[in-house]
Design a protein around this ligand. Structure first.
Ligand code: GLN
Ligand code: ZN
Length: 765
């Protein structure tokens, strides 16, 4: 029998139980007992579900109360001193490292005030991990035994599991040096950490684990030579240690071939590779295995919600069996299922035709099992034919295919994606039109999403107020925001986005080609989960989406009003994309749909239009090379398609945030004005990089994630700092990002100070 394997299961619970209990714990509503009870229930449910589905190799230690990488930092004692000095319980130390902790002293407890460790994107997914942070004083040792405890917990239920841990090379490489030890290179800690890994593995072995999944996902990145060499050091060390279980080294989300030399011949039991993302690596990785090593074939997509095509999956695994024999092949999910929603059967509102194309984590368990049975020669004819029918129904469906859209994409030409004139000419035309002062001030779009706004939106969704009543409410919110901006003297206004639940969902709901779930939550970080829309078919815009609100806003002020849209790449990145056409085609379709909207806005006299692309950086392929340059090309092209249908006098803005941006990546978008998150960037070289940016730019001046109010003097100092390297005539004044999560009081004070600071500079220049 060929074995089936699942690399990890979502740990949030079918109905977000983990979020509910951790948040209740943080706010003091429930205690540790309740928190641990819910955690245990989720783990047990997950194991039982997998067992019942017939999965042979089930993961343990895939559970976490916050993040699996953070768990390891706690376990290995990589805890910066600022967290240990309070002598918190381990779970509270974990949460303090993950999200910071601020608490007043009580009779029984000391006051605590500590910020969180850095949180970063997990490869190219929308999951974020807490960055291991090392210093010269880090002393690795086993600080608990979570993987052992969870292994035993499953065993007690009669379920044999394969514990999973992030491997030593990835764990170190994904970390960074702490502020006080900036000269420390994390990978140089390898020799110090290996004995602790060996100790952990020996403990797992003593508890009965025969095999461990050790994740080395960095194998899909461009790695420095030192890191490549670390694999040999690490795995030879572990192979020579005593009582080590069999190790299966797992990589996912890409192609390992550029690093194949560093893992070839490693003394491990086998490897797992992702053949959903990189089927083209098959021949070379198979050739690199030793005569005994097993291959875990990642063939059921852990990153998306589409049903697997069984005929393709079976054929692929059969190829592996032909090369290696049945005993050396395992059928697996491509990655952990952490990145997919828990259970499709909880979707009660999804159109049944579309639902038949989807497979969430629970359904994917059956998929791995069916494929494993099929290649083992068991009779699964019925399952195969039901699957073939679903695949065919999707391929042929009118929801998937829109001939008009396809025709439009085919006829995209150079002209469609270029503005009528180059930037200098547009700039002159826009100067004449808008007459903006030097250091023009603006905001990024959203204003506080107050309780009142949410209540009214809910009432409207539930039918408790009429469309007309809701409309009147939204108009009054817009008016409030407009008057406020006039009063404090902002130059380019926004309407405040009160009508939007979310910057992607709002547009997705109005576009043809999207589907939405009611319970399709996926963990983004800690207790923050998202419910991504799904691109199910060719995308088009049946009607205007934002024109009404923007036109109203413009009609009540003489100042220029910015229309506000979400760009093609961001809509795509924050959705589950189609897997039957390329992401490029999907981006171009979104670009075309948005073009109609941009043109409609202009025709209705909204002549400053911002198309946000905050996700452009995270979409960047993990490795440099062809794929990355192709991406940058189509990302820019789809943006330009959306924004090039306007007159020279119409000013196109764009906005970016969330990660370090390379100005070269956004030049090709050719927006007239861009704003970027910048308030926490201190490196003068980084500021310098932006001074060569040809068009106008607003480097975000204050952090919108914090309630802190910067004073006028602070703004003046910061602007002065930037002006040392950055030309005054390109300089826009704005916050880091939208203000939706802030309160009105902070917004009023911060923006007032910001505008006053800009005025000070106007007098000087
Ligand atoms: N216009 C959006 C807002 O202000 C942009 C949000 C974002 O960049 N994440 O909320
Ligand atoms: Zn932003």
């Amino acid at each position: 029998m060929v074995q089936s394997s699942v690399l990890g299961f979502p740990r949030i619970g079918a109905f977000r139980e983990l979020k509910k209990t951790t948040e209740a714990y943080w706010s003091g509503k429930v205690g540790k007992d309740e928190l641990f009870k819910v955690g245990k229930e989720i783990r047990e449910n997950n194991w039982k579900l997998q067992k019942a589905a017939g999965v042979d190799v089930i993961a343990s230690n895939d559970f976490s109360y916050y993040d699996q990488v953070l768990d390891l930092s706690l376990l290995f004692n990589a805890i910066p001193e600022r967290y240990t000095k309070y002598e918190l319980d381990p779970i509270d130390t974990l949460f303090a490292m993950g999200r910071g902790l601020q608490r007043k002293a009580t009779d029984s407890e000391k006051a605590v005030d500590v910020t969180a460790l850095e949180m970063v994107k997990w490869f190219d997914s929308n999951y974020h991990y807490v960055r291991p942070t090392f210093s010269h004083s880090t002393e690795f040792k086993l600080n608990g035994q979570k993987p052992v405890d969870e292994y035993l917990e499953a065993k007690k239920l009669g379920i044999e599991t394969r514990p999973v841990v992030v491997g030593p090379v990835s764990y170190l490489f994904l970390g960074k040096a702490d502020k006080d030890s900036l000269d420390l290179e994390p990978i140089s800690l390898l020799e110090k950490i290996l004995p602790v890994y060996a100790e952990l593995l020996a403990k797992l072995s003593a508890a009965g684990a025969t095999s461990v999944q050790i994740d080395e996902p960095i194998l899909v990145l461009d790695l420095p030579e030192k890191v490549q060499a670390a694999f040999k050091t690490a795995y030879e060390y572990l192979a020579n240690a005593k009582n080590i279980p069999k190790l299966v080294v797992a990589s996912y989300f890409g192609d390992v071939r550029p690093n194949l030399a560093s893992i070839k011949g490693l003394p491990v039991h086998g490897f797992h590779f992702d053949f959903v993302r990189a089927p083209e690596q098959f021949d070379e990785v198979v050739a690199a295995l030793t005569a005994e090593q097993v291959l875990s074939v990642g063939i059921i997509d852990g990153r998306n919600i589409w049903k697997a095509d069984f005929s393709e999956a079976v054929a692929f695994v059969e190829k592996a069996i032909a090369a290696l024999g049945k005993d050396r092949v395992i059928v697996a999910t491509s990655s952990s299922l952490l990145h997919t929603p828990v259970d499709l059967t909880n979707e009660k509102k999804l159109d049944s035709e579309i639902k038949n194309w989807f497979s969430f984590a629970t359904q994917k368990l059956d998929e791995v099992v069916v494929v494993a049975k099929a290649v083992s020669g068991e009779d699964v004819k019925e399952a195969l034919s039901v699957n073939a029918a679903a695949i065919k129904s999707r391929k042929d469906s009118a929801i998937t295919n829109d001939a008009d859209v396809q025709k439009k994409v085919d006829s995209i030409n150079e002209k469609l994606s270029s503005r009528a004139a180059a930037f200098p000419e547009r700039l002159a035309a826009q100067k004449g039109k808008f007459n903006l002062p030097l250091f023009p001030t603006t905001t990024i779009g959203s204003f506080p999403q107050t309780k009142d706004i949410r209540i009214n939106r809910n009432k409207f969704t539930k039918g408790e107020i009429t469309a007309e009543q809701y409309d009147t409410f939204i108009k009054s919110e817009i008016e409030k925001v407009v008057r406020f901006q006039e009063e404090i003297g902002l130059d380019v206004l926004v309407h405040g986005e009160p009508e939007r639940n979310d910057m992607v969902q709002y547009f997705g709901e109005q576009l043809k080609g999207f589907a939405f779930t009611t319970n399709g939550w996926v963990q983004s970080y800690g207790s923050r989960y998202v419910r991504p829309p799904v691109v199910v078919g060719d995308v088009s815009r049946p009607h205007a989406m934002s024109v009404k609100e923007s036109v109203y806003a413009q009609s009540i002020t003489k100042k220029p009003m910015k229309g506000m849209l979400t760009g093609p790449i961001t809509v795509l990145r924050w959705s589950f994309p189609r897997n039957d056409v390329s992401q490029k085609v999907q981006a171009l379709q979104l670009g075309l749909a948005l073009r109609d909207e941009v043109n409609d806005l202009e025709a209705a006299s909204v002549e400053v239009i911002q198309v946000d692309e905050p996700a452009i950086r995270e979409g960047l392929p993990l490795r440099s090379g062809q794929e990355r340059s192709d991406y940058l090309k189509y990302a820019a092209e789809s943006f330009r398609i959306a924004t090039s249908g306007v007159k020279n006098t119409t000013q196109i803005h764009s906005h970016f945030c969330y990660s370090d941006l390379d100005p070269n990546h956004i030049k090709a978008l050719d927006a007239d004005v861009v704003s970027i998150e910048f308030s926490k960037k201190d490196d003068p070289n980084y500021i310098q990089e932006f001074s060569n940016y040809p068009n106008h730019i607003g480097l975000g001046l204050f952090d919108i994630h914090s309630p802190r109010i910067p004073s006028k003097e602070e703004f003046i100092a910061r602007i002065g700092e930037i002006l040392k390297v950055y030309p005054a005539d390109k300089f826009w004044v704005n916050p880091d990002c939208g203000l939706k999560t802030r309160g009105w009081e902070e917004v009023r004070a911060s923006l007032t100070n910001m505008v006053e600071a800009a005025k000070t500079y106007r007098e000087k220049y």
